[in-house]
Ligand binder design. Structure first.
Ligand code: COA
Length: 185
């Protein structure tokens, strides 16, 4: 499929969430969210997480990721722009992109993460033109595995010691969606 990635990082609108580029003003909300033990446990955010980490994320890592072919999005409520979480496509290789996400603790359990992930996966496959998007999820991360299924990803199996998590080789359940997969998974 031909690549049709736009020049500027777009805004992606869903029914209950909006995915938009990160802004400098988002740093305090990112700082607050990333104090959460679950985000620190399951993602690659620095631990401890300080104000400089949040600023670097929104003003450095996010624009660099776009420049390198990926796209990190703030997930917000369309009405008041309140931060719901983070979801992103890391720079793809050979038409394959890895996605990731975390959600603000107070915004969980409403299906918002699955909706945001589905939007991002659809855009990555249909607009960016990737043929495959994947998620590397720790087998013990039940919530994330469920989000992946809800967003139409297929669990393809456990890959042993695929991921270096805080210096420790860790197993992952590899989830993927292909461009030709039925959108409902
Ligand atoms: C994983 C995480 C993003 C889930 O966010 P969320 O907003 O609660 O997810 P959703 O509301 O979209 O839920 C989607 C599905 O997962 C289920 N789910 C959510 N949390 C769950 C939990 N703790 N245990 C079991 N199922 C769970 C929901 O019930 C829903 O399934 P359903 O539609 O069948 O009811 C959130 O817990 C988080 O930020 N965790 C820390 C960071 C992280 O793990 N990131 C992913 C790394 S791979």
């Amino acid at each position: 499929m031909a690549t049709t990635r736009p020049a500027e990082q777009p805004v992606l609108d869903g029914r209950r969430v909006r995915l938009r580029p990160w802004r400098t003003q988002d740093a305090p909300a990112v700082l607050a969210a990333c104090q959460d033990p679950e985000i620190q446990r399951w993602t690659q955010v620095p631990v401890p997480y300080g104000p400089a980490d949040a600023e670097e994320f929104v003003t450095g890592i996010a624009p660099r990721t776009w420049a390198e072919g990926g796209a990190l999005f703030a997930v917000v409520r369309p009405g008041d722009d309140a931060l719901v979480g983070s979801t992103g496509l890391f720079p793809p290789v050979d038409g394959v992109g890895e996605l990731g996400y975390w959600t603000v603790p107070g915004q969980r359990g409403q299906g918002l993460t699955a909706e945001a992930l589905r939007l991002l996966a659809d855009w990555s496959l249909d607009v960016v033109g990737l043929h495959r998007v994947e998620l590397l999820v720790d087998p013990a991360n039940t919530a994330s595995r469920r989000v992946a299924e809800r967003a139409g990803f297929v669990a393809e199996g456990t890959v042993r010691q695929r991921f270096l998590h805080r210096g420790r080789p860790s197993d992952v359940v590899l989830h993927a969606r292909l461009a030709g997969d039925a959108p409902d998974g």
